[in-house]
Ligand binder design. Structure first.
Ligand code: UDP
Length: 327
């Protein structure tokens, strides 16, 4: 079955590439549009790669006219919360600028459906209460603020131009394709699980724990880890939702498992799984880190029929470990 092309910005990156694999498995042709600033050619395996930047209106219009996609999935963005505090202009310029240009190109070519990579970083809490969609937005860093602005743009373009959207607020993406075809490969790596596994693999001497004086039981930050393939599946379900009668306007879903793990607990889980001692050292807090982010995903379960398949943290670490230590 050929269900048409999907324009996938940032499709050469971590979440984008796993979603391309899921798109192909569901009968879509992913057309990757990526400036390769963080993506990898090997990650583009299920459709064409068009080299381009989301701030390049002409390039976007050309690719849309060429492939006639039925929808867009917009992953392309800078993603490091810590870096965004030090260099906010880089984050607002690329993430918000790219979104305005992409939505303008969609408006001008009559392309009216988009699934957008948003983030739990639009929220900030120090409580263990799971965060639902209606929680007030209060980003702790320019990365989260840039994504909140993109969601505002989606609401504006829905009202003015009838563009239907789903913003998926990922909590902490983790794991890798269980078939071993894809995995996480950020350069430089800034994320907790791959950094811990680099220590276990002997590529790094120790893991630095950014602060142990947060208002949490062990003093380290708590996050809700969600398997990359479960995120990919939510994108497929979102396409179906956008095509249905409820899919008009600007919609949003929070995606996580509803269980929080502290940085220390993640280190401990990786020690058990790999059998490596993983030396850890407490250092200063990283600027812009909210203490706790735990997801309430009831809306995604009810409305999209989303059912995470790999909610177990150890399974997520195991898949990431298999990818990192592949032959
Ligand atoms: N973290 C850490 N050491 C590291 C990398 C991350 O202690 O080398 C912490 C970070 O401060 C945060 C959590 O691990 O509390 C998850 O960070 P990550 O960068 O993986 O994802 P984020 O929550 O920023 O999206």
């Amino acid at each position: 079955m050929n269900r048409g092309a999907i324009l996938v910005t940032g499709g050469a990156g971590y979440i984008g590439s796993h979603t391309c694999k899921a798109l192909a498995a569901n009968g879509y042709t992913p057309v990757v549009f990526d400036n390769m600033s963080g993506g990898h050619p090997w990650a583009v395996q299920w459709g064409p790669l068009e080299y381009g930047d989301c701030r390049d209106y002409e390039a976007l219009v050309r690719v849309i006219r060429q492939y006639k996609p039925v929808a867009v999935m917009h992953f392309a963005a800078f993603i490091a919360a810590g870096e965004s505090v030090a260099d906010p202009g880089k984050y607002y310029g690329n993430n918000v600028g790219g979104m305005i240009t992409l939505l303008s190109a969609m408006r001008d070519t009559g392309l009216d459906k988009i699934v957008f990579s948003s983030t739990a970083a639009i929220f900030s809490t120090d409580s263990m209460d799971p965060i639902g969609e209606d929680r007030a937005q209060s980003p702790s860093n320019p990365y989260g603020a840039s994504k909140a602005m993109c969601e505002e743009l989606l609401r504006g373009f829905a009202a003015a131009h009838g563009i239907r959207s789903v913003a998926l607020r990922y909590f902490n993406a983790a794991g890798a394709d269980p078939d071993g075809e894809l995995g996480e490969a950020h350069e430089p790596e800034t994320h907790l699980i791959p950094l811990i596994l680099e220590v276990a693999a002997g590529k790094r001497q120790e893991i630095l724990i950014f602060g142990d004086d947060y208002p949490t039981p062990d003093g380290t930050c708590i996050r809700d880890y969600i398997h990359i393939c479960d995120l990919a599946e939510a994108h497929i379900l979102s396409l179906g939702f956008l095509n249905g009668s409820d899919g008009a306007g600007a919609n949003a879903f929070n995606l996580g498992n509803g269980s929080g793990f502290s940085v220390m607990e993640v280190v401990e889980a990786a020690r058990s799984l790999t059998g490596h001692p993983v030396p850890a050292r407490i250092v200063e807090r990283r600027a812009g880190d909210p203490p706790v982010l735990i997801c309430d995903a009831r809306r995604a379960r009810k409305t999209l029929g989303w059912r995470p398949q790999h909610p177990n943290l150890t399974t997520q670490i195991e898949h990431a470990w298999s990818w990192m230590t592949r032959a």
